[in-house]
Design a protein around this ligand. Sequence first.
Ligand code: HEC
Length: 132
Amino acid sequence: MKKLLSVFILGFVLLTLILPQPVLAEEALNGSKIFSNFCAACHINGNNVVVANKTLKKGALLQYLKGYEEDAQAAIVNQVTNGKNAMPAFKNRLTAEEIKTVADYVATQAEKGWLSSPSQTEGLKLDRENSR
Ligand code: HEC
């Protein structure tokens, strides 16, 4: 009986240890991580390795991205969802929620001038941790 009880307690402890994890994993799927997984190949540090002048910096966005001044997030969501020229559409690869999250990240980085690249390294670090 005592043994049965300790099995129950052990089970309970294990459950409480295991259950919170899906929530944490979801949180880790933040804008910077989506960016490093899906965007950084062409837009490392907010640049553009394909069409050099079409960067994700504020000046370029204001100049090239339709509707950016009125609603930055919506304009980026539109570009990411549907793609444009050499940039692929992401509507079949990311959920609407993920596209909104990464658009928020890009808009915030554009405002900050992409100076705080630690978020980039953080995304890469998370990748490494996940692939362990
Ligand atoms: C295969 C390379 C590639 C990938 C991956 C890519 N892009 Fe792009 N992106 C481009 C190219 C090329 C352009 C310029 C398109 C054009 O001709 O207007 C662009 C333009 C943009 C622009 C408008 C910038 C401007 O100055 O006009 C935004 C915003 C953008 N990308 C966001 C993203 C986000 C967010 C992701 C990830 C979800 C992403 N891109 C993934 C190639 C890419």
